[in-house]
Ligand binder design. Structure first.
Ligand code: PRP
Ligand code: URA
Length: 205
């Protein structure tokens, strides 16, 4: 199964505080950054490296450097909260944007923006904190595959079983990394127990 749930105790700790309804936007953003870095480290654990030589103050030695550039693609708007830790910690990253918004009545996502850099030869990290029905993620992955992306990981903070089934069913080559796999969706297609509307809590709207 191409689905990895973070097993680190710190991830569980951070998700619990993110779920807490009393957590204010400033702390919510910090927790989002921390979890995004943990997810990005997992999703790049197998990145290729190449040999190089480096001169230390004492002598020349061999080392290894990352051989594959990253592209991070947030699904707007909540995915934006996951970008900064990745661009800060990885040396060669470009950023694409996909704008999708769920209709409040139908929970079907509508596309309103798409701008992607060249994807050939890169590892693409699609970041969106919530995977509910999977409709947004599947649309984003369709667009990335159409644009030439082939080495793709989806990074979520909370995923539902239904969303995981939708993604793995339509994009079996995509690896999913998530900090938590929750129980179910409610009648409005919100994740249970979840943490509510991620974008609203991130931006205080
Ligand atoms: C949320 C979330 C995902 C989507 C998940 O975004 O950030 O993109 O819902 O739901 P799905 O798996 O059922 O498609 P939303 O559409 O609420 O937009 P926002 O990020 O602008 O708040
Ligand atoms: N989007 C969210 O922000 N939260 C959910 O529970 C489902 C979709």
């Amino acid at each position: 199964m191409p689905v990895h749930a973070l097993a680190h105790p710190l991830a569980a700790h951070l998700v619990t505080h993110l779920r807490d309804e009393t957590t204010k936007p400033a702390l919510f953003r910090t927790l989002t950054h921390q979890l995004s870095l943990l997810l990005a480290l997992e999703a790049t654990r197998d990145l290729l490296t190449r040999d190089t030589t480096v001169r230390t103050p004492l002598e020349t030695t061999t080392g290894r450097v990352l051989a594959k550039p990253l592209v991070v693609v947030p699904i707007l708007r909540a995915g934006l909260g996951m970008v900064e830790p990745i661009t800060t910690f990885f040396p060669d990253v470009s950023v694409g944007y996909i704008g999708l918004e769920r209709d409040h009545a139908t929970a079907v996502a509508r596309s309103y923006y798409c701008k992607l850099p060249p994807l050939a030869g890169t590892r693409v990290l699609v970041v969106d904190p919530m995977l509910a029905t999977g409709g947004s993620a599947v649309q984003a992955l369709d667009a990335i595959a159409d644009a030439g992306g082939s080495d793709i990981c989806l990074l979520n903070i909370v995923a539902s079983p239904e969303g995981i089934r939708a993604v793995t069913g339509s994009h079996p080559a995509v690896t999913v990394y998530t900090a938590a796999i929750d129980r179910a969706l409610d009648a409005r297609k919100y994740i249970l127990p979840g943490l509510g509307d991620f974008g609203d809590r991130l931006y205080g709207t």
